[in-house]
Design a protein around this ligand. Structure first.
Ligand SMILES: C[S@@+](CC[C@H](N)C(=O)[O-])C[C@H]1O[C@@H](n2cnc3c(N)ncnc32)[C@H](O)[C@@H]1O
Length: 334
């Protein structure tokens, strides 16, 4: 059986990563021997030592997701469900389409057996309101919405019922972190539980001011500061960033604006708070980059500044034809 050979200390982190990437072979039992763990894989995985050893097959009850739902759902329905899985720590959140609601319990039980996570919830609403949280319905496992999610070596504690968090932004957070230089003074205007600040401060010696209007998000932001060994420093503020930022004494080399539905309404605040030559990491929902670029240009023009667009990218698809887009702009005085 093809496996990755990993030091025992890293076994759990790597197991979770391989499961999240659908690279782990769930049909075999992980083996621990001497100081190493052997995790069965479906395909070659880059960056690890691959070995071929014998592993014990798991009992036939731990089948794959399709087998668990055989006879209940067709293969297209199963594939659609599988791509809807959001794994946050030991919690899985599923999106069950209206026509399958009658089978939600069977689906939840299958997801619990398949993922071997602690708790399965289904989305009951879209993310909504100022705090961008969604209603969830408990389906299977243990009904406990607090978990610790691991991302790029950082530990992020949160309550999935009380705060916004999306594991699908992990690549974007890494990309932003990699573009940060040591010494930067950064403002995250809409920090949530702090995934951008924590991932950045874990890797870079920076000063970060993190603001969120959701009390629960700031509670977890503060816990996450303590939970992680950080190179940088993070100071959190709870409140409306438009009000809170009035007391800030310094300007910022970088401002992160991940409130994609409404970030454009705060551009007047960010273009005033950015240092000359500083970067705004701006996000919005759109079918193109043009609207966002124009909004950045207009906000700059109003205060005698200009923007040089240094990067645009699609972060994730939100609905057919619409994207969560990222636009990085360098802001300079005219
Ligand atoms: C889409 S979430 C992003 C959270 C975080 N940046 C992340 O990537 O997980 C937007 C956050 O903005 C916060 N928020 C909304 N309006 C705000 C405001 N006026 N001032 C400060 N935070 C606000 C919400 O509570 C929410 O946590």
């Amino acid at each position: 059986m093809k496996c990755v050979k990993v030091p025992l200390k890293q076994l759990n982190n790597i197991r979770i990563k391989l499961m999240e990437n659908n690279q782990m072979n769930m049909e075999y039992r992980i083996k621990a021997c001497d100081d190493f763990g052997y995790i069965p894989i479906n395909e070659d995985v880059e960056g690890y030592e691959i070995v071929d050893i014998e592993l014990e097959p798991l009992k036939r009850t731990a089948h794959n997701f399709s087998e668990l739902l055989e006879g209940e759902l067709n293969s297209e329905e199963i594939d659609n469900l599988r791509t809807s899985f959001d794994t946050i720590g030991d919690i899985v959140i599923l999106e069950i389409p209206d026509d399958l609601i009658g089978k939600k319990q069977i689906i939840g039980d299958a997801a619990l057996k398949f993922t071997k996570r602690r708790s399965i919830y289904m989305k009951k609403s879209a993310v909504k309101g100022t705090t961008r949280v969604r209603e969830l319905e408990f389906l299977a496992g243990i009904d406990d919405t607090v978990t610790i999610h691991k991302e790029h070596g950082a530990r992020l504690k949160l309550d999935v019922r009380e705060v916004y968090f999306s594991p699908r932004l992990a690549t974007e957070r890494k990309r932003v972190m990699e573009s940060v230089c040591d010494g930067e003074n950064i403002l995250d205007m809409f920090c949530g539980i702090g995934p951008f600040p924590i991932v950045i401060a874990k890797n870079k010696d920076v000063n970060i001011t993190a603001v969120d209007i959701n009390k629960s998000a700031i509670k977890y932001m503060d816990e996450n500061i303590k939970l992680n060994k950080l190179k940088g420093n993070i100071e959190s503020y709870c409140g409306d960033v438009r009000e809170v930022s009035k007391s800030f004494k310094t300007k910022f080399d970088r401002i992160i604006m991940n409130l994609p539905g409404l970030a454009y309404t705060f551009l007047d605040v960010s273009v005033n708070l950015i240092e000359d030559g500083g970067i705004i990491n701006y996000y919005e929902f759109s079918d193109s980059y043009e609207t966002g670029i124009k909004r950045l240009k207009d906000a700059c023009n109003k205060v005698g500044k200009e923007v040089e667009i240094i990067n645009c990218r699609k972060v994730k698809s939100t609905s057919p034809g619409e994207w969560h887009v990222a636009i990085d702009g360098k802001i300079k005085k005219l």
